[in-house]
Design a protein around this ligand. Structure first.
Ligand code: NAG
Ligand code: NAG
Ligand code: NAG
Ligand code: NAG
Ligand code: NAG
Ligand code: NAG
Ligand code: NAG
Ligand code: NAG
Ligand code: NAG
Ligand code: NAG
Ligand code: NAG
Ligand code: NAG
Length: 735
């Protein structure tokens, strides 16, 4: 290509007089240059490439250009040398399926092969890995499987970069065979199922290793001192394996390290100040999810480049070293679940102005909210839940102009009136999790309330708050989850509740709410049968980097059901027959109230219901036989009411224990103390539509197989697209 351009220049320079002709000829040559090949591909190379195409089962993207009768140097994704030999095959994300043909190993000048992001299956032909020409090989994000066998490497290989990550490879990887690859600098084998010991000797013959990524595999064993031979290693990632032992001193001799990431292994021991200080180029240090103990060394302050520090889920203790305030590039600081104590005011946070994520959940920090932290105006997520902090927030909390996630539950903060007053003008805050504070204060009411323009989750549970359900709640138009349980709130459930168009998780249990259950509650838009156009609007998509930590990912599918929990209140009246409208409801708890009257027949319409608790009320009448139609109902409690007649048979009823029915002296059934006699009507068989039942069972089984959890499809969709955060609500108390 370069040659051709030079020739073009030369020819136009030689004929400066006839400019027009010259221009024309340039144009012509250019046309020819674009339309026809600069080089013609070698016949055997073409055959080899067609051999690769043959191995594919689905290659529609290549089909049009990869034709036998054309120059293969012009085929999509193929680049040739001047002599017509293939140099580069770049076919990332082309929807390719089928096998990778070993024939590619016959392309003697192939330098780069990139097949990343397809659906290729089968094994990786050894011819490619041990090719004498290939320098960069990327087959990541495919469905390749099988094991790698040790091959005798007879000659020196040119390979520099191997990326076999995100496939289904298994077994031992023959690291010893890499010895032949004297130039290998980057090896990415993350996200497979490789086993065996951590390859500590990988640099013994290859001191020039730069990037090693082994994360998400099943490597075990310790890191041996030989790793210290990696004198220019920059990136070392081995998280999510079964590695153990201590971090050897030699590891800290690799002063070139910029990224050291070992989360979710079984490492133990301490971080020694004289070791850590040597890694002065560290940008990311991730040792979360291990069993490390000891303190954060004071020398951490000398890691000036540090941007991410993850030490969560360890057994570390001690106070925060004041020197942390020297790590001014820090953006992410995660100490969740350790035993750190002492005052947060030890650290001057005002120098950490780049801080975006700070998560100190579940430690033993004491004292007040550090004044200097208010300077970190770029914070996106701040979590201090489950510590021993106290005091009031200052109005400087309004400095957090980017804050999306705020959780400080289960501390001893005070003055809820002032706190909400200061926070409610926030237009960014999405979940606000502040339960377990403000003990015995009064639920505030406001004349002017800006209404948190973006609030999707609000947790003010476990505060023993007095007062009513305030009107300002009705201004939280995007609210999806509302937790007010375990307070002493009184008064009625307001009729505006159904104007909260996105609310689907309501927990007001264990308060002193009075009055009837309003019909408005039976009209909650998100709990009624979902209409296609209103299911999950884009605006609710919620994303927070905090969730990317390992342990939380497992929780994303088990979190928020569509729920109404009004248990343990003083509600009276009958259960509104409009209940049948809440077809999307998964959990309904009305236990421990003063409800009377009959259970409405329409309850049989709640076809997704999994949990129904109506115990400890004054309900009368017979158990509606329509309940038998609820095939997902797995927990049912009607105990301690005044129900009469026989327990229906069939359906889910055979699976409920006697404790579901006790305390209803007039209820009879074969296993209850009161057997049905001729005076009780004969046992009512439940109404079931067999066809519908079979449909549901197939549905449930299908999804059970897909997700292994038996999670309902709509739940899956919910959590993937709109969940307010597994972190916040699915284990409320702990936030
Ligand atoms: C290529 O496309 C043709 C039709 O366009 C189709 O019949 C053939 O199966 C395709 N081949 C591959 C390998 O996808
Ligand atoms: C390509 O075409 C040549 C002749 O035109 C033929 O000999 C050869 O077998 C063909 N190759 C393939 C793979 O179809
Ligand atoms: C590679 O080329 C050799 C000789 O040209 C041939 O015998 C062999 O079958 C080819 N291998 C593949 C996998 O196409
Ligand atoms: C392969 O291609 C993908 C997609 O273009 C790219 O992200 C990746 O970096 C490439 N691999 C290498 C090793 O260059
Ligand atoms: C595969 O890994 C290499 C080296 O780490 C990297 O350059 C390349 O971008 C990765 N490919 C993809 C698709 O991420
Ligand atoms: C390794 O590949 C994965 C994709 O499978 C990528 O996410 C990761 O960043 C790569 N590691 C390195 C160190 O480049
Ligand atoms: C692991 O690979 C799977 C399948 O390719 C992919 O969906 C997933 O995102 C990868 N995980 C990581 C952490 O790279
Ligand atoms: C680390 O390197 C220093 C010299 O650079 C050497 O004296 C020391 O023995 C090394 N320590 C370990 C544990 O390898
Ligand atoms: C912070 O990072 C930037 C580059 O991202 C670097 O230039 C700067 O030196 C770092 N700050 C300190 C204090 O090292
Ligand atoms: C919480 O703070 C109040 C006063 O601010 C104090 O009386 C109370 O003992 C504290 N509670 C706990 C559990 O520390
Ligand atoms: C709560 O904060 C407001 C505003 O700072 C203040 O006027 C009020 O006295 C505080 N209440 C208590 C009980 O400290
Ligand atoms: C239940 O109803 C009976 C009368 O029907 C009444 O005596 C009793 O107080 C009621 N119990 C509750 C908890 O409301």
């Amino acid at each position: 290509m370069e040659k051709t351009t030079q020739q073009l220049h030369a020819s136009s320079n030689r004929k400066p007089k006839t400019l027009q002709v010259s221009l024309l000829s340039v144009a012509l040559v250019l046309l020819l240059f674009l339309a026809s090949p600069v080089c013609s591909c070698k016949e055997e190379e073409k055959t080899t490439l067609l051999g690769f195409l043959d191995g594919l089962s689905q290659a529609s993207a290549l089909n049009t250009s990869w034709k036998n009768d054309t120059n293969c140097c012009l085929w999509e994704g193929v680049t040739c040398n001047e002599d017509g030999t293939v140099m580069d095959v770049s076919l990332a994300s082309r929807g390719l399926e089928g096998h990778i043909s070993p024939s590619l190993g016959n392309l003697t000048s192939l330098l780069r092969l990139n097949l990343s992001g397809n659906s290729l299956s089968g094994g990786l032909p050894p011819e490619l890995l041990w090719s004498s020409s290939i320098v960069v090989l990327d087959v990541s994000f495919n469905k390749l499987s099988g094991e790698f066998n040790k091959l005798p490497s007879t000659h020196e290989l040119a390979m520099k970069v191997i990326n076999i990550s995100s496939n289904f490879f298994t077994g031992y990887f023959p690291f010893a065979t890499l010895d032949g690859m004297k130039n290998l600098a980057t090896l990415n084998m993350s996200n497979n199922s490789f086993t065996g010991k951590f390859p500590s000797t990988v640099c013994v013959d290859k001191p020039f290793f730069v990037v090693l990524d082994l994360s998400y595999n099943q490597f075990h064993g310790g890191i041996l001192p030989e790793l210290g031979n990696c004198s220019i290693l920059r990136v070392l990632k081995a998280g999510h394996n079964q590695l153990s032992g201590t971090l050897p001193a030699e590891l800290f001799n690799i002063t070139s390290l910029e990224h050291l990431s070992f989360p979710n292994n079984h490492f133990h021991g301490k971080l020694y100040p004289e070791h850590l200080v040597k890694l002065s180029k560290l940008v990311v240090l991730d040792l979360g999810g291990n069993s490390l103990n000891g303190e954060i060394p004071d020398s951490i302050g000398q890691l000036k480049m540090l941007e991410e520090l993850h030490l969560d889920y360890n057994n570390m203790s001690g106070e925060l070293p004041p020197s942390l305030s020297n790590c001014s590039n820090l953006t992410t600081f995660i100490l969740r679940r350790n035993n750190f104590h002492g005052k947060l005011t030890n650290v001057n946070f005002s120098t950490l102005s780049n801080l975006k994520i700070l998560d100190f959940r579940l430690n033993k920090f004491t004292g007040t909210f550090p004044e200097s932290l208010y300077s970190c105006s770029n914070l996106v997520a701040l979590r201090l839940s489950l510590n021993r902090l106290h005091g009031q927030f200052s109005s400087r909390i309004k400095n957090f102009k980017s804050l999306k996630f705020l959780a400080f539950s289960d501390n001893n903060f005070t003055n809820i009136t002032n706190t909400l007053q200061m926070l409610n003008s926030s237009t960014t805050l999405s979940p606000l999790i502040m339960g377990g504070n403000f003990k015995h204060e009064t639920m505030p009411d406001y004349d002017t309330f800006y209404g948190f323009k973006n609030l999707k989750g609000l947790a003010i549970n476990d505060c023993s708050l007095y007062g009513n359900l305030p009107n300002w709640l009705s201004k939280l138009k995007l609210l999806q989850a509302l937790l007010l349980n375990n307070n002493q709130l009184s008064g009625p459930i307001p009729a505006w509740i159904n104007t909260l168009n996105f609310l689907f998780y309501i927990d007001m249990s264990n308060n002193s709410l009075t009055g009837d259950i309003p019909v408005a509650l039976m009209e909650m838009p998100m709990l009624e049968k979902a209409k296609p156009d209103k299911i999950f609007p884009d605006t609710i998509v919620f994303w927070l980097p905090v969730y990317f930590t390992p342990f939380l990912q497992y929780r994303t599918t088990s979190g928020l059901p569509r729920m109404i929990n009004l248990g343990y209140n003083k509600l009276t009246g009958v259960i509104p027959p409009e209940l049948g409208q809440l077809k999307e409801l998964l959990t309904l708890n009305l236990s421990f109230n003063n409800l009377y009257g009959e259970i409405p027949e329409s309850i049989g319409n709640l076809s997704n219901l999994q949990v129904l608790d109506l115990s400890y009320n004054n309900l009368t009448g017979a158990i509606p036989s329509t309940l038998g139609m609820l095939h997902f109902l797995s927990k049912f409690n009607i105990s301690n009411n005044d129900m009469v007649g026989p327990i229906p048979t069939g359906g889910q009823f055979s699976t409920f224990p006697d404790s579901s029915f006790v305390g209803n002296p007039k209820l009879c059934g074969p296993t209850l103390a009161h057997h049905c006699s001729s005076t009780d009507a004969a046992a009512v068989p439940v109404v079931t539509s067999t066809e519908q039942h079979i449909d549901k069972v197939i549905f449930a089984i299908a999804f059970g197989i897909f997700f292994g959890l038996g999670v309902l499809y709509d739940q899956m969709v919910l959590y993937r697209y709109i969940y307010v955060g597994p972190v916040c609500f699915n284990y409320n108390r702990q936030q």
